[in-house]
Design a protein around this ligand. Sequence first.
Ligand code: CO
Length: 238
Amino acid sequence: MLLKQRIKLCQRILEHRRCLGTTPPTNQSFRKWYQKLWTTERTNLPPYNHFTQIGDPVLRQQAALVPKEHIDSPEIKAIVEQMVKVLRKFDCVGIAAPQIGVSLRIIAMEFKGRIRKELPEVVYQARQMSELPLTIFINPVMSVTNYSKLKHPEGCMSVRGYSAEVERFEGVKLTGLNQLGTQNEITLSGWNARIAQHEMDHLDGKLYTDHMDRSTFSCTCWEAVNTKSGRVEIPFYK
Ligand code: CO
């Protein structure tokens, strides 16, 4: 074999080895390692089981109205179910369809009673928090019922690991369809009005970072970063 041919053959073997990957690095689980051996491109399709993150174009789109004829469809039912599942899995208070990768005007909110026990009573009162049973709106329309503004820290599962103070109207009214396709109307105040405004923003491609008090933008674990010498991770899964 000529030298040139030999070199080419060696190169091909090396290339082939690179494609197949090698042994799993010791610091990674076998599952994580073998998943990297093939492309995951477009194999994980919406509705997702996780929250899309800031930078994803779906969070910047004007979400579309759910066509009337599809409101009762199994597809919409599946999207709503998935939204509730993700909302509860991540233990949060609100979710909009673009956050699971679906650019449709659907929101779900739920403020569980047990949150009261997890927060200092002063905070609970100051933020005007109150229980809100699972509330779903398809094609919601919002109007302001109390133009007074309240400023409190706010976070978003699509801007994981950060929070900032945001001004929101004290009271709003939502009208739209519930998950059964029946016309619904709800008047909210305080923290629940905040949740509604936050989720409505998602349907218009807006995030709280667009109108936060920028000087208050914080990493939620900045103290832990110091105490743990930087060994802190922000999880995007649960
Ligand atoms: Co959000």
